[in-house]
Design a protein around this ligand. Structure first.
Ligand SMILES: Nc1ncnc2c1ncn2[C@@H]1O[C@H](COP(=O)(O)OP(=O)(O)OP(=O)(O)O)[C@@H](O)[C@H]1O
Length: 489
């Protein structure tokens, strides 16, 4: 192609009129920007914020789920986006993609998705945005209530809230019991976002004169089915009666039961029902490998010991059915010394100890946590390789939540369920709930029999022997006439 008159290398000088016009355009653009900035600077901060809020809100109706892959694709405040980015959250998960937009639009949402799929941020992001939109300040009182079934889950949610909401100015508080009610009562009035357990909340509603929720904007029920299973149905009804009718409600869980539908009827208005894995082949994460073994009662402790011996470098959680059993077997295993550090978490511990154990297990790379079902729901311990269910769970939903403490977000994990011959019916329940469990056999060559060792430990340790009896464990040689406790049926 030949050169044109003004093309580089043609030797001709650039047209001075065109150059001047170009400069003039750029100059006036710069001046305009400066003028705008000066104008903005003159405006009070709240007004600048109000304008950016109204721009965000105009975009709410335009949210197209199919075009969302990142948090920044949602019309979110800079403060929330910065918090998310600083915590390394950029791409959205499916439940976040499908529910955040609906919640921003002010709809009530009933969200269900597999364990470890990111439900916490699916409600925390709308929580932050709801108060940001209203330019809520610490003097405005309680704006959002988040109810969790257990203290540990409430604590964990509170920590995530602090992390992603750190650029906002609202105050957040954790009210979970185990602390002085008076001390909590003094602080409760200055809290904008309250994360709490149901019993403690009701106690404040009843006893703390200054506590009121008249301006509440949003209610979040996390793991709602568990809140109800734990016998809090009446408490929840009483709490909901104390809340203003005009509010937004979000309800999340990995499993839904009929009682949740009852609660939803009571607390949600024309909810959007989002069940992202409804059509999935399995109800548990695809990266979770699940097996079960059937063994005799007398073999159980040897099976657990052998398992721990062959997984010394792993992080595992072992679920038991009662606090007494955890207390007893924790002591037994500390004496048996399998070679990996063992921690215990159950509801009979002091609150401080519960928190210490929780944080210690979060930090450890290899360890075993003996726990009751207080650790079954929602807890997000990093990098757990194995979940063992030493006792048959109450039902398939409990199984799903326990096993879901591993294989979270995009990680792998393995789950092993130990069943007595009389408990084999659980397998059918699990298969019906779309849980793919396979039977594996105990390898007799790998089984280390610790029965003799256990007998000698018990013979030397009267306290432990009494604990065994209290736990109702029927050992052949203890000759106990008590009926076996749950889990040793
Ligand atoms: N968008 C995201 N990007 C990266 N990691 C994420 C994202 N969302 C959540 N996660 C991480 O995934 C893990 C599981 O999230 P979360 O605890 O919210 O799951 P969940 O669905 O509530 O699980 P459960 O049903 O067991 O309560 C957490 O470690 C969290 O930090």
């Amino acid at each position: 192609m030949g050169k044109t008159a003004n093309s580089p290398g043609s030797g001709a000088r650039p047209d001075p009129v065109r150059s001047f016009n170009r400069w003039k355009k750029k100059h006036s653009h710069r001046q305009n920007k400066k003028k705008q900035l000066r104008k903005q600077l003159k405006k009070p901060e709240w007004q600048v914020e109000r304008e950016s809020i109204s721009r965000l809100m105009q975009n709410y109706e335009k949210i197209n789920v199919n075009e969302i892959t990142r948090f920044s694709d949602f019309p979110l405040s800079k403060k929330t986006l910065k918090g998310l980015q600083e915590a390394q959250y950029r791409l959205v998960t499916e439940i976040q993609k499908q529910t955040i937009g609906l919640a921003l639009q002010g709809k009530d949402v009933l969200g269900a998705a597999k364990t470890g799929s990111g439900k916490t941020l699916a409600f925390l992001v709308p929580v932050l945005e709801a108060l940001y939109r209203l330019q809520w300040t610490s003097t405005d009182g309680l704006g959002v209530l988040i109810i969790s079934p257990t203290r540990e889950l409430a604590y964990q949610t509170f920590e995530v809230l602090r992390k992603v909401g750190k650029n906002h100015d609202f105050s957040a508080g954790l009210i979970i019991g185990g602390k002085d009610l008076k001390h909590e009562a003094e602080r409760i009035n200055n809290i904008n976002i309250l994360v709490c357990t149901p019993g403690r909340l009701l106690q404040h509603m009843d006893e703390t004169v200054s506590f009121h929720a008249t301006d509440l904007q949003m209610l979040v029920l996390d793991e709602a089915d568990r809140i109800l299973d734990m016998g809090f149905a009446d408490t929840m009804n009483a709490v909901i009666e104390n809340l203003p009718k005009k509010r937004q409600t979000l309800l999340f869980s990995a499993t839904q039961t009929k009682s949740v539908k009852d609660l939803a009827r009571l607390s949600l208005k024309n909810p959007e029902y989002v069940w992202v894995h409804e059509k999935a082949k399995y109800s548990t994460p695809a990266t979770l490998e699940q097996n079960y073994i059937v063994c005799e009662l007398q073999q159980k402790i040897s099976v657990l010991y052998s398992f721990l011996r062959s997984h010394l470098k792993k992080k595992s959680i072992v679920f038991f059915s009662s606090c007494k059993e955890v207390q007893y077997l924790y002591r037994v295993f500390c004496r048996l010394r399998p070679g990996v550090s063992i921690l215990a978490l159950h509801g009979r511990q002091q609150q401080m100890r519960r928190m210490e154990v929780y944080n210690e297990f979060v930090r450890k790379r290899a360890a075993v946590l003996f726990a009751t079902d207080i650790a079954a729901r929602g807890l997000d311990f990093p990098a757990v390789n194995w979940v063992l269910q030493f006792d048959c769970p109450e039902d398939a939903n409990t199984y799903i939540h326990r096993a879901g403490r591993t294989a979270r977000y995009k990680e792998d994990g393995e789950a092993l369920l130990i069943l007595l011959p009389s408990e084999k019916a659980m397998v059918q329940q699990l298969l019906q709930k779309k849980v793919p469990v396979k039977e594996i056999k105990i390898n007799p060559e790998k089984l280390i029999d610790v029965q003799k060792k256990l007998e000698s430990i018990l013979a030397q340790d009267q306290d432990l022997k009494e604990r065994a009896q209290r736990a109702g464990v029927q050992w052949r040689d203890l000759g106990s006439s008590q009926p076996p406790p749950p889990g040793f049926r």
